[in-house]
Design a protein around this ligand. Structure first.
Ligand code: HEC
Ligand code: HEC
Length: 298
């Protein structure tokens, strides 16, 4: 648990008026100490009012909705999880629930690193992490238009596009679309989309996989994927992705795209259904099993 340092004081706070609005989303403080102070203030002002972190001193007037309970999250991740103003705090809204849940586990279990988030999610039960993941996954919000304009030549961009849509057989690299969906909007329930992500975020994540700073459940297929792509090609890939407009339907695809079987050494521990499409539905925990396809969806 994250006991508030001064629970008495908390009872004076009205959840509606707590200072956890996007305006408190300061840019990354410069020092670790500043981070700690800022994070502690955030926890006291927001999350300790919410039931998962609640103590005996919790005020009577708690507004018990997931939107309220996740205000500590949206202080960084933007209103309704739309993403922070820079490329640093990723969007949560509309990403597949299983993917979001896996990331919360990754932070809690040390496969991804961000101390303030880890401290927030550490005390929460796995079931509650799943509920938060589902809440953000269900928020369907429009994406902003891409604004990336880093300097890169047209043929490097074309190379990026080629790797994303066709892969590179000589390097044993499948197309990104084979796992992330033909429209690159992700695949239910465990694979995230690759569009609508800022260039800085994409580079940071791909770089983190290269250095082992970010890991997924083993076997970690993304670690294998980045190993097979030389650095200049990786920049070409992220630069091309960050320039693509979102398709009209931004929802993740309901099932794994048809295509050649993935190589055995590219199995994904966090998305086993990619390698065993037919066995997928029964292998998934019910709350994250893909919902039945809606009319007009792929
Ligand atoms: C202090 C700021 C901060 C707070 C508070 C915070 N996050 Fe995060 N979160 C981040 C940052 C920064 C990242 C990206 C870290 C990285 O680059 O790997 C992140 C990443 C994530 C991811 C992975 C997203 C993806 O697409 O891979 C999820 C899911 C997430 N946060 C959920 C939450 C939830 C739920 C809460 C509330 C319990 C929360 N966060 C609170 C800053 C924060
Ligand atoms: C073999 C399947 C597979 C292939 C091929 C693949 N990915 Fe992934 N990718 C995944 C899975 C599964 C995840 C989720 C990992 C996790 O749970 O942390 C992921 C996650 C990611 C993320 C993190 C997204 C976020 O919001 O943080 C990025 C970025 C990414 N992949 C980029 C790529 C690119 C670029 C390519 C092509 C060069 C590619 N992937 C090819 C399976 C794949």
């Amino acid at each position: 648990m994250l006991p508030p340092s001064n629970p008495q004081k908390l009872t004076l706070l009205n959840p509606i008026e707590t200072p956890c609005k996007p305006t408190t989303r300061a840019r990354a403080p410069q020092s670790v100490t500043a981070w700690r102070r800022w994070g502690a203030a955030l926890l006291v002002s927001c999350s300790s009012l919410a039931s998962p972190w609640a103590t005996a001193q919790t005020p009577a007037r708690v507004i018990d909705s997931m939107a309220e309970r996740t205000r500590a999250c949206t202080a960084c991740h933007g209103d309704q999880g739309r993403a922070g103003p820079d490329g640093y705090y990723p969007r949560l809204a509309g990403k597949p629930a299983g993917y979001l849940h896996n990331q919360l586990r990754n932070f809690a279990q040390g496969r991804r690193h961000y101390e303030l988030m880890a401290r927030l999610v550490d005390p929460l039960s796995d079931a509650y992490l799943g509920e938060m993941a589902q809440y953000f996954a269900d928020l369907k919000l429009p994406y902003p238009a891409p604004t990336t304009n880093n300097t890169i030549t047209a043929d490097r961009l074309a190379r990026g596009q080629q790797l994303v849509t066709q892969g590179d057989a000589a390097r044993g690299l499948p197309a990104c679309t084979q796992c992330h969906g033909v429209r690159l909007t992700g695949v239910q329930p465990n694979v995230p989309g690759l569009l609508g992500l800022p260039l800085d975020y994409l580079n940071a994540q791909l770089g983190a996989w290269q250095t082992g700073q970010r890991r997924a459940h083993a076997p970690d297929c993304m670690a294998e994927v980045v190993k097979r792509i030389p650095a200049p090609d990786l920049i070409a890939v992220s630069s091309w992705l960050a320039r693509q407009p979102l398709p009209a339907d931004t929802r993740p695809a309901e099932r794994v795209p048809p295509g050649p079987a993935l190589p055995g050494d590219l199995r994904c521990g966090s998305a086993p259904e990619l390698s065993t499409p037919l066995a997928a539905p029964s292998a998934l925990p019910p709350q994250h099993a893909a919902k039945p396809a809606q009319k007009g969806q792929p």
